[in-house]
Write a protein that binds this ligand. Structure first.
Ligand SMILES: NC(=O)c1ccc[n+]([C@@H]2O[C@H](COP(=O)([O-])OP(=O)(O)OC[C@H]3O[C@@H](n4cnc5c(N)ncnc54)[C@H](OP(=O)(O)O)[C@@H]3O)[C@@H](O)[C@H]2O)c1
Length: 306
């Protein structure tokens, strides 16, 4: 069995080494043009030339959870695309989102400013009941985030494509329930995949349906958000602010207004990083399962886009 590793702007060497150690019976190598045909590939933003050349590939293992960029390539319809299935990402996402929600709810930015100014000041405690959090996307990451938020006793709403039941989470599903979901939420956490259905879904019309003083946490993809609509809604006072980890252009251009907006917190696409050891163990386990003819989790539906 041949496995090839094809990464854009990422050193493949430790991955080749790790996969080889986990699968001693396989031949693992980094891809170079005109490489021998491989059975499985482990990829990050591979060029079209790689797909065109590697005609014998059965499986493409993406080393991230989102496959929107990968699906932009011309892929043979029979090529199985597999995304990372948690692999240590959901706990990171849960801590990032809880941190952002709690920082906003407890007004820690305002306390920071007071402390920097030498002021010993108290703010009136706010009620959690007034801060229902809506988690958009209840997949591997969204479900973990929803459960983590429940630990802090925030009311949690969940939105997914198909109906989903999670204890204690008020569920909404499908485009026809999007309005009800938004109107029931004050803090909105986006954890949907980027597809033709979800691109630009965070816009003036949807965000203005959040309860007054709404707050956006976008940790999915930059192209979900119409950035100028967010700024307009914050500047008009309808939204209280936002924490953004992902952007339409990454790295965020130096002149972008998000950098210095007083109500916007920016992080450099770091909310849930790919962890190499966990990912290698998961991919190696799936390759062995495929060899045994067993089903695996995380297979992408090309039509659905995630
Ligand atoms: N910022 C970062 O560092 C980072 C890291 C990892 C991932 N991400 C992003 O997070 C996304 C989610 O990851 P995941 O592993 O949780 O994905 P997932 O398991 O595929 O879950 C996706 C969820 O979104 C829902 N959904 C999809 N299309 C929808 C639509 N049109 N309307 C309503 N709900 C829709 C799905 O509904 P169903 O349950 O009905 O299918 C599912 O609940 C990834 O696609 C990626 O873009 C970001």
């Amino acid at each position: 069995m041949n496995i090839t590793v094809c990464f854009d702007r990422l050193d493949p060497a430790p991955w080749v080494q790790g996969l080889q150690a986990a699968l001693p019976q396989a031949r693992v190598a980094a891809w170079a043009p005109v490489a021998p045909p491989a059975d499985h590939a482990v990829v990050w933003a591979p060029p079209q030339a790689f797909i065109d050349e590697q005609q014998g590939l059965k499986t493409l293992f993406n080393i991230g959870a989102g496959v929107d960029a990968l699906l932009q390539l011309r892929l043979p319809p029979t090529l199985q695309v597999v995304r990372l299935d948690d692999a240590g990402m959901s706990v990171q996402m849960a801590e990032y989102v809880c941190h952002a929600v709690i920082r906003h709810f407890r007004e820690f930015d305002a306390y920071d400013a007071d402390v920097k100014a030498g002021r010993w000041s108290y703010r009136k405690p706010r009620s959690r009941a007034d801060f229902p959090v809506g988690v958009m996307g209840l997949g591997v990451l969204g479900e973990r985030v929803a459960r983590a938020l429940q630990m802090f006793e925030f009311p949690v709403n969940g939105y997914s494509r198909s109906p989903k039941q999670i204890d204690g989470v008020r569920g909404f599903a499908g485009a026809q329930q999007l309005g009800d979901f938004l109107q029931a939420s004050r803090v909105l956490v986006n954890l949907m995949p980027l597809t033709h259905e979800t691109e630009n879904i965070l816009n003036r019309s949807t965000l203005s349906q959040l309860q007054p003083g709404g707050y956006l946490i976008n940790v999915a993809r930059g192209r979900h958000l119409v950035e100028e609509d967010l700024i307009a809604l914050i500047d008009s006072g309808h939204l209280a602010g936002a924490t953004l980890d992902v952007f339409r252009t990454e790295p965020l251009p130096p002149e972008h207004p998000f950098w210095h907006h007083p109500r916007i917190t920016v992080t450099p696409h770091t909310s849930a990083r790919t962890l190499r050891d966990e990912s290698i163990a998961q991919i190696a386990g799936k390759i062995l399962a495929l060899q045994r003819g067993e089903p695996i989790r995380g297979v992408v539906d090309h039509q659905r886009g995630y």
